[in-house]
Design a binder for this molecule. Structure first.
Ligand code: PAF
Length: 281
């Protein structure tokens, strides 16, 4: 695996590969890799010729400085996992590479996607995400970029940026990986105690409950029941839980049996903010 730290070296390396007709797949990450990330690498390997993974803990998407500070950075372990997964290129830039002095101000119109759920609870988060993903897309120029369904709203936001800015990249969404008890794999899980992990199982249980009962109960009833499942676990603090339209992410009050929806949830546990989602067919 090539490890590249400057944008010029990355551009040069990829330009040569592109000239040889190679299709470039890109997996942007913030490191602290787990099997969910590796499944993105594997998916990328199965449909592209060269897989580039970036590891960059992007400061502009953290609205809470403490969260940025605490973000895990096990870089040697990450490198070993990427080598084992046969990733071709790791791009590992310093903050000064991605945000040079006099970097222009970034603001993109994300419509309501920036104002609801994650956008509401983490002001400026999606501006930071789009800013870094745009910069990375410009450097890597991938044919296909791979993102996990775990960050459902993030995927919608990036698709919107691609459409608005007419970027020549295709998004490929990979289903969320879960552990044997249903917990969605996330780098943040590493900050939970063993007891916390056990409590966290309730989040996906509540989503599964909604998924199973959304067609037979009133929306407000099923949400209320799932809310209680979460809030009855000591230490959980629910931020939001709703059944939403899959494109606008607007919450619904009535299920149309012909349509697909997504249940979105965010909750705090042991000082860790957990998010998850599940499709309702
Ligand atoms: O999902 C993430 O890990 C990050 O938001 C991303 C897409 C790598 C941008 O920093």
């Amino acid at each position: 695996m090539e490890i590249i730290v400057t944008s010029s070296a990355l551009a040069q390396h990829l330009a040569t590969l592109r000239q040889h007709g190679k299709k470039i797949g890109f997996v942007p990450t913030m490191g602290a890799l787990h099997e969910g990330h590796i499944s993105l690498i594997q998916e990328a390997k199965s449909i592209t010729d060269i897989v580039v993974c970036s590891i960059f803990v992007n400061p502009t998407q953290f609205n809470d400085p403490k969260d940025l500070e605490k973000y895990p950075r096990p870089i040697e372990r990450d490198k070993a996992l990427l080598i084992a997964a046969e990733c071709d290129v790791l791009f590992l830039p310093e903050v000064s590479v991605m945000y040079p002095e006099n970097d222009p101000h970034w603001e993109i119109d994300l419509g309501d996607l920036d104002k609801i759920w994650e956008g509401k609870h983490r002001p400026g988060h999606f501006q930071g995400v789009t800013q870094i993903v745009y910069k990375l897309f410009q450097l890597v120029k991938p044919d296909i970029a791979f993102f996990g369904q775990k960050d459902f709203q993030q995927v919608m936001v990036i698709q919107r940026m691609i459409d608005e800015m007419k970027l020549a990249v295709q998004l490929h969404i990979v289903p969320t990986l879960r552990d044997a008890n249903g917990l969605a794999l996330s780098s943040r899980n590493a900050r939970l105690s063993a007891r916390g992990i056990e409590k966290a199982y309730t989040l996906s249980k509540a989503l599964r409950y909604i998924e199973q009962h959304a067609h037979e109960k009133e929306v407000h009833t099923v949400i209320e029941e799932a809310r209680l499942m979460i809030e009855n676990v000591t230490g959980f603090e629910l931020e939001y839980l709703a059944i939403c339209e899959t494109h606008s992410l607007e919450p619904i009050t009535k299920v149309d049996d012909e349509k697909e929806y997504v249940v979105l949830v965010a909750a705090w546990l042991e000082g860790v903010r957990l998010i998850d989602n599940m499709l309702v067919h």
